[in-house]
Design a protein. Structure first.
Ligand SMILES: [Zn+2]
Ligand SMILES: [Zn+2]
Length: 330
């Protein structure tokens, strides 16, 4: 009995664990750096307008129009429900990178014989391994995101993320379990294969440079106010830099209801994939953005946990029904 209680308590703690786990993009380290940048943006913007007052900071950071919006309240409830479900059920059905890595090493060993790496561990090899891994992860995430936007059946699930009408960093977790399972499994296969190749050919030299237990490039990117991409705080890089790295403003454009912003800026870290695919949008100055789907579904259809969970299934079933419905030819 006490064991069941212990397991239930562990489960109940799972959603909070995201904020203390430094490998998580929602950890206190990255939320803290985003808060710091937001305060700097407040000071600079208000000083320029001549209206700088410390009293207005909290209202500006946490506007009641955002916090009391049904979309925001749905985000918070959904975060806890979906993170509990992930801890209890669907986290275990994801294909893990360590299993794929072990399979890759086993496959290479049976094909080429036992691993016999000749390279000595060095800083520059670690730099190379770190860069290859971050580029592979980032391309995989961009490609998956692109696929969600261009395949209607998958868009039904990705709509959950785009249905947010106001945004806070928690909106990052507004993902349908189907999308999360697919993303994590594809990333597990791709990155597991790369880990396996490195482990087989480089042996002990196959190490990544990390801070906070995260690939150093990824950690620096998270520290650079990553969490403001899901917020009302506008942080825009110079246009030339927007061609290399995705800034928070570019991701806000990705969430815009305006037609000219649809299907733009699907990158995670690097903007080069969007640049190459013709889907890059680089704002030249501050743009007023309304967040949402930009369809008649905005304004209430997605303001509940059950809608976020079940509407995608209903909509994709409807899509299949209309696609395969018998048609009269006479
Ligand atoms: Zn998207
Ligand atoms: Zn987003």
């Amino acid at each position: 009995m006490s064991e069941i209680l212990h397991e239930l308590l562990e489960l109940a703690r799972a959603p909070f664990g995201h904020f203390t786990n430094t490998r998580d993009r929602l950890s206190y380290v990255y939320l803290g750096s985003a808060l710091l940048v937001a305060i700097i943006v407040y000071v600079v913007t208000k000083a320029r307008e001549g209206t700088l007052a410390a009293a207005g900071l909290v209202k500006w950071l946490l506007p009641k129009e955002v916090l009391l919006h049904p979309s925001c309240q749905t985000d918070f409830a959904y975060f806890f429900v979906v993170r509990l479900l992930r801890a209890a059920i669907y986290g275990s059905v994801v294909i893990s990178s360590s299993a794929v890595s072990a399979l890759t090493v086993a496959g290479l060993t049976s094909l080429l014989g036992p691993s016999a790496p000749t390279v000595e561990p060095s800083f520059w090899i670690a730099v190379g391994v770190t860069l290859v891994i971050v580029v592979v992860i980032d391309f995989t995430l961009w490609f998956m995101h692109y696929v969600y936007h261009v395949i209607p059946f998958l868009w039904d699930y990705h709509k959950v993320h785009h249905s947010a009408e106001v945004m806070t960093p928690i909106t990052a977790a507004r993902m349908h379990p189907v999308e999360e399972i697919m993303d994590m499994s594809v990333a597990g296969v791709v990155i597991g294969t790369v880990y396996g190749l490195f482990a087989y050919f480089l042996g002990p030299a196959a190490v990544q440079l990390t801070i906070f237990e995260v690939n150093v490039v990824l950690a620096v990117f998270f520290l650079a106010a990553f969490n403001l991409r899901h917020s009302h705080v506008w942080v825009r890089y110079p246009v030339w830099l927007q061609h290399i790295f995705v800034c928070p403003a570019q991701h806000q454009i990705h969430h815009s209801v305006a037609r000219e912003h649809w299907d733009k800026n699907m990158g995670f870290i690097f903007a080069v994939w969007d640049w190459a695919a013709g889907t890059l949008y680089t704002p030249k100055g501050k743009e007023e953005i309304t967040f949402g789907l930009g369809t008649e579904e905005d304004g209430g259809a997605w303001h509940s946990v059950s809608a976020l969970m079940f509407r995608p299934f209903q909509q994709s079933a409807e899509r299949i029904r209309t696609q395969f419905a018998p048609r009269r030819t006479r």
